[in-house]
Write a protein that binds this ligand. Structure first.
Ligand SMILES: Cc1cc2nc3c(=O)[nH]c(=O)nc-3n(C[C@H](O)[C@H](O)[C@H](O)COP(=O)(O)OP(=O)(O)OC[C@H]3O[C@@H](n4cnc5c(N)ncnc54)[C@H](O)[C@@H]3O)c2cc1C
Length: 382
């Protein structure tokens, strides 16, 4: 991607984030909810449909452009950023690469028109062990009937539809018996919002699917082929999730660096003390190293390089590990003020921990990295 394109996108998202999100970012976290007008304005900017091509009315952003959008949103509001990452990438991408033309026409357009999608894989029984999910989809005539409980599902209260992974084969078929469906929000879908530590406002919820009838046309990809599609969605999803971590890291760095120039100790700004300088230097290094990995992984997906799962997991692991380290350092620079609710870094400290868990824990990324090095991960077929 030409750097001038990236900078145009960055400055327009930054302007939106500063003018629209900054005034409400603290309220979103405190109330665990994004106000309706903010959702509408974000949708109008096309952030919830980032990867939807122009032919369906979307902005048609590349992965490289999407990570810049998400990074800039997260610099101000991690909640709105992860909402965009899920709807605009993790939901849009499987539809784009694997759905029938009719489904694309209907649901990619819905996203482009301001709709929001949610990605429902995790269940109370199983997150890492996603091949063990128990939500069932049973064929009945020309419909499937879906029953099951999902948990930690981002976007749920705001979503118009869900991409739901459900078992269509036997439990012992594990990943070979899972299919992916589009399920519209209706009375058969019960959403219960969870009180999470971070990314508050992004609508993390438990979702009950109770006898939801969906037409067989709502199957995304082939029967029992859902797991591969989900894994591919996660390959890209991990990079956009890492980009939310990158935005949080940028915000923490800015807050700590500014504070270090203002705060006086022993007759001089604390940045003049060598031990504080060492922290700031480490923070800047971790920030830029993460940025390089996230951008490289995004470019590899755009270029369809077969090793992109490796890079996507390395980017996610870096944003998680180094993100948690960096925000902890930022809080150290801010001292007692950093530990108070008056600082922004207090929220960032709660937010960044999610990157070590969501979209596959650090341990999962380590598994993918080593499996990739051993040649055990096949390139996705997109
Ligand atoms: C804020 C937030 C938003 C989320 N949004 C979504 C969403 O939109 N959609 C969705 O489907 N999910 C979502 N999730 C769920 C998330 O993807 C899971 O929490 C994650 O995959 C971990 O699963 P788990 O919580 O069941 O942990 P577990 O799988 O129970 O893991 C517990 C611990 O055991 C370790 N572990 C488990 N198995 C192994 C193994 N085989 N080898 C080594 N270590 C192992 C894990 O690394 C972890 O440390 C979200 C989670 C959070 C916190």
């Amino acid at each position: 991607m030409a750097s001038s394109d990236a900078e145009i996108i960055r400055s327009s998202v930054r302007e939106f984030a500063e003018s629209v999100l900054r005034p409400v970012a603290r309220r979103i976290d405190a109330e665990n909810s994004v106000p309706e007008d903010i959702i509408r304005k974000t949708a109008e900017m096309g952030y919830f449909s980032m990867r939807v091509p122009e032919e369906y009315g979307g902005p048609g952003l590349s992965v490289q452009e999407s990570v810049i959008v998400v990074e800039e949103l997260a610099r101000v509001s991690s909640a709105v950023a992860i909402m965009a990452a899920v709807s605009g990438s993790m939901v849009a991408t499987p539809l784009l690469y694997y759905a029938s033309d009719d489904l694309k026409e209907k649901y990619l357009k819905k996203l482009a028109e301001g709709g929001i999608g949610a990605f429902a894989l995790t269940e109370p029984c199983c997150g890492t062990d996603a091949a063990s999910i128990t939500t069932r989809a049973v064929k009945d005539g020309d419909e499937f009937v879906i029953n099951g409980r999902k948990t930690f599902i981002t976007n749920s209260p705001y979503a118009d539809f869900f991409l739901v992974a459900a078992r269509t084969g036997k439990p012992e078929d594990r990943h070979r018996g899972i299919s992916l469906f589009v399920v519209e929000k209706s009375s058969c879908v019960e959403v219960s919002k969870l009180d999470m530590m971070g990314y508050r406002g992004s609508g993390t919820s438990e979702v009950l699917f109770n006898d939801c009838r969906v037409p067989e046309e709502n199957l995304v990809g082939g029967l029992n082929e859902g797991f591969k599609i989900v894994m591919d969605a996660l390959n890209e999803g991990r990079v956009v999730t890492a980009a939310t971590g990158l935005g949080i890291m940028q915000a923490a760095f800015e807050e700590a660096f500014e504070y270090s120039k203002q705060r006086q100790s022993m007759g001089k700004p604390i940045i003049e003390h060598q031990m504080v300088q060492a922290i700031i230097a480490d923070m800047k290094t971790l920030l830029e190293a993460t940025r390089l990995l996230v951008y490289t992984a995004a470019a590899k997906i755009d270029e369809k390089e077969p090793d992109y799962p490796l890079w996507s997991s390395m980017a996610k692991l870096a944003a998680a590990r180094w993100g948690v380290d960096l925000v902890r350092m930022a809080m150290q620079v801010l001292g007692g003020f950093g530990y108070s609710k008056e600082s922004t870094v207090e929220r960032l400290y709660r937010d960044i921990k999610m990157i070590e868990i969501g979209d596959g824990t650090n341990q999962v990324q380590q598994m993918v990295i080593v499996k990739s090095l051993l040649g055990k991960i096949k390139p996705p077929r997109r």
